[in-house]
Design a protein around this ligand. Structure first.
Ligand SMILES: O=C(O)c1cc(=O)[nH]c(=O)n1[C@@H]1O[C@H](COP(=O)(O)O)[C@@H](O)[C@H]1O
Length: 239
């Protein structure tokens, strides 16, 4: 039996802090929340102390992508927030990933926090094989590309990767049990796919080896978010 509260991260993809706080209140069972670009760019870091005050875990998903010196500076600053997870694109390259990890650990230590886990975006779950081949001009198969990005992250000292659940089993096999796999692109059978391309259902994603599932709109855009959360909870409880 898998508990949704231990496995599901819900993104606060809203532009107003009051809407984010309304979601926290509507979904008290959710323990792990994601703060991403929309909320952070709209309102700044103000939501983070609110989440900490409520003893929630925080995934700060700012998807850094820059040169080593710049990502290191951003990671040092992010480490001071006391978050649990932080994202960077694997395509920053080895030197930037290594510098980011070092700076993140130092920043957290300076603020008296344990080191957050730094996880690498392998290939956004909205992209498909055609996008990769024809637009991004990457001449290798999509699963192999995602795997190589995860291997780069692991070799660079990162703690895990963000991947589609469709690639989770292969990444788990190659990167090992300690490597954290966080999977967006999760859609219950009853939910719309929207802009996600590489999806699995919650139970398929867990069975494939995901440590955490990021599930947003199927819950947060539902007419009744509490009911949607409960349905996902039932699906996971029956694995
Ligand atoms: O880093 C992420 O969390 C992320 C990576 C990725 O490849 N795909 C992806 O959808 N995400 C995030 O996961 C969330 C998915 O939300 P829904 O599509 O509403 O379930 C969004 O907040 C995205 O920013």
């Amino acid at each position: 039996m898998v508990l949704a509260a231990e496995k599901v991260i819900v993104p606060l993809d809203v532009s107003r802090e009051e809407d984010a706080i309304a979601l926290l209140s509507q979904l008290p069972e959710v323990q792990f929340w994601k703060v991403g670009l929309e909320l952070f760019v709209s309102t700044g870091a103000g939501i983070l102390p609110t989440l900490k005050h409520r003893q929630k875990r925080i995934f700060l998903d700012l998807k850094f992508h820059d040169i080593p010196n710049t990502v290191a500076g951003a990671c040092r600053a992010a480490g001071k927030y006391g978050v649990d997870l932080l994202t960077i694109h694997a395509t920053c390259g080895r030197k930037a990933l290594q510098a980011a990890k070092t700076a993140l650990v130092e920043g957290a230590a300076e603020a008296g926090y344990p080191p957050p886990k730094l996880i690498a975006i392998t290939l956004l779950t909205s992209l498909n094989s055609r996008d990769l081949a024809f637009d991004l001009k990457v001449p290798i198969e999509l699963p192999e590309y995602a795997l190589q990005m995860a291997v780069l992250a692991k070799e660079s000292g990162l703690d895990g990767a963000v991947c589609s659940p469709q690639e989770a089993a292969q990444l788990r096999q190659v990167c090992g049990d300690e490597f954290l796999l966080v999977c967006p692109g999760v859609r219950p059978k009853w939910a719309e796919t929207g802009d996600q391309s590489r999806t699995f259902t919650p139970s398929e994603a867990i069975k494939a080896g995901a440590d955490y599932l990021v599930i947003g709109r199927p819950i947060t855009a539902a007419t009744n978010p509490q009911e949607a959360w409960a349905k996902i909870g039932d699906e996971l409880a029956n694995i």
